[in-house]
Ligand binder design. Structure first.
Ligand SMILES: Cc1cc2nc3c(=O)[nH]c(=O)nc-3n(C[C@H](O)[C@H](O)[C@H](O)COP(=O)(O)OP(=O)(O)OC[C@H]3O[C@@H](n4cnc5c(N)ncnc54)[C@H](O)[C@@H]3O)c2cc1C
Length: 267
């Protein structure tokens, strides 16, 4: 990033996908942008299709890396079939609007002074569409889709009363808490913690899977994580195949020592 464009208008004070798309379209047209990049977040997913229509641009969503340029088109990859496959997509317009999943690429710190900020004028017109009036967090816990680190537990915990081991580690790491589907189905943990094909899909920097076998339906929700640590007593557990680091051992022995080591390191 070498320049930031700032658009200020009362119509943009509250989130309104239509007004935001109009503002970004105006900016893209003013500077002759060929590509507009969003994070694959709720807001990104709400604005980007509208913007693509306004700009008559290709819409490439959910990319797992930045695209390459091939013969004037953008070519990029994204997961398909609930994360079980990868497909390659290509733009077919002069302009592209893309959304990229978290952790798809690294960031570079250019320092605060390296970016010039320029104001752009914007007229939203008569209609701005629906406006978001209020956003309230459903719970005080860390959102697992936004957390940098997620600690996750499976049936290996044997009983919900044993979750305190996981909670202590999550607290020390400032991590979000997740679980496998059976754990949520048995009401050991709330359903909003269930990750996988039928649960939430996440891509934190660090995913720590404890007492989870690594069934394909679970992996579909977590295999884009940057680093995966697996703690499991069964050396044949499928999760070890995609782990960056693995500990073969009984979680009830490993976890207190692991937590103690993290605590010592943090202090
Ligand atoms: C259509 C469909 C959709 C599904 N969607 C999802 C989904 O979204 N998310 C999901 O998670 N699952 C999903 N599943 C279920 C999935 O197939 C697995 O059954 C589930 O992920 C297994 O959960 P688990 O690993 O917690 O339990 P288990 O398979 O019972 O594994 C427990 C693991 O804990 C280990 N363990 C046991 N004791 C200890 C100990 N003391 N210390 C360390 N390790 C120990 C065991 O070795 C084992 O590997 C889906 C299934 C279907 C059919």
């Amino acid at each position: 990033v070498s320049k930031a464009h700032r658009i200020q208008h009362a119509a943009l004070d509250k989130f309104a996908d239509r007004a935001y798309a109009a503002a970004i379209a105006a900016a893209a047209n003013a500077i002759g942008a060929k590509a507009v990049v969003f994070s694959q977040t709720y807001d990104g997913k709400a604005i980007s299709p509208r913007l693509a229509v306004r700009l008559d641009a290709s819409h490439l969503s959910g990319l797992i890396g930045l695209p390459t340029v091939s013969g004037g088109s953008l070519v990029a990859r994204r997961t398909t079939n609930s994360g079980k496959g990868i497909e390659t997509v290509q733009s077919n317009r002069d302009k592209s609007v893309i959304t990229v999943k978290s952790n798809a690429y690294g960031t570079k710190d250019r320092g605060a002074n390296a970016v010039a900020v320029e104001a752009l004028a914007f007229d939203p017109g008569a209609s701005v569409g629906a406006v978001t009036l209020e956003r309230v967090k459903a719970s005080a816990s860390i959102s697992i889709t936004e957390a940098d680190t997620v600690v996750s537990g499976g049936r290996g915990f044997k009983d919900p009363s044993n979750w305190s081991h996981l909670e202590t580690l999550a607290e020390i790491l400032g991590a979000g808490k997740a679980c496998s589907k059976p754990v949520a189905d048995m009401h050991w943990r709330p359903h909003h913690e269930h990750v996988g094909q039928t649960g939430i899909q996440i891509a934190p920097n660090l995913y720590i899977a404890i007492g989870i076998s690594g069934a394909i339906q679970h992996l579909a929700g977590v295999n884009s994580s940057k680093n995966i640590v697996v703690i499991n007593s069964d050396p044949e557990a499928p999760f070890f195949k995609i782990a960056d680091f693995g500990i073969v051992g009984d979680l009830f022995q490993v976890l207190p020592r692991f937590t103690e080591a993290v605590k010592k390191y943090k202090s």
